[in-house]
Every structure is written in C-alpha cells, then in structure tokens.
Design a protein around this ligand. Sequence first.
Ligand SMILES: [Zn+2]
Length: 114
Amino acid sequence: MHELYIAQSILDSAVSHCLESGCNRIESVTIQVGLASGVMSEALNFAFDAIKAGTIAETASLITEKVAPECVCKNCAQIFEPTDSFILICPECQSTDVSITKGFELQMLCLEAI
Ligand SMILES: [Zn+2]
C-alpha cells in the first residue's frame, strides 16, 4: 500500500525532527497533499494512526492540507484549475499545451512537538 509507505516516511521524519530539537512528544504533523498526487489523505490518516502506536507520535494527529491542482497555458499564459486531471485544455484558447504547476505536493509543513 502506497499510503502506508508515505505515512511511514512522514512518521520517521517527524520523529527525527522532534528528537533533534530536544522534544519527546509529537502533538501534530501537518502535511500538504496535492490533489493530483494520487495520494488519498483518508488512507494516509488511517495508515498513520496504525503505525504511530508505541512511538513518540502516539497521540499525534496528522493534519492534511489539500492543494488543488493548477495549470498554466503555455500558449496564452492563462492560469486555471483543471476540471479533469487527464484532459488538460486551456479554457481561454483551447490549447492543450499546458503544464501542471500545482497539485503534486507531498511535504511536511509543520510539526508541533513538546
Ligand atoms: Zn490558453
């Protein structure tokens, strides 16, 4: 399961950041998840809850901040939110020469520890 692997790396990284800063309990971990990344935040939360037991993050909550996908048209520079992640067409000029600039994020934003 993809999400289990991601949850494990979030947990590992949160634990090492926490210990490095001299803390011994993690309160919450905030991560940014792009909606185009294919990561299911519900599955990620479920996986995180399953693996945090027995660690210093046992009582920590995982907060996921979703990032909507955003495209930019290379033809007319229009920025738009794609309605379909597989068919990317500029709503202004109907060009298909567009690139996705947002939506693939998967990173830790904030870590609260005591
Ligand atoms: Zn365009």
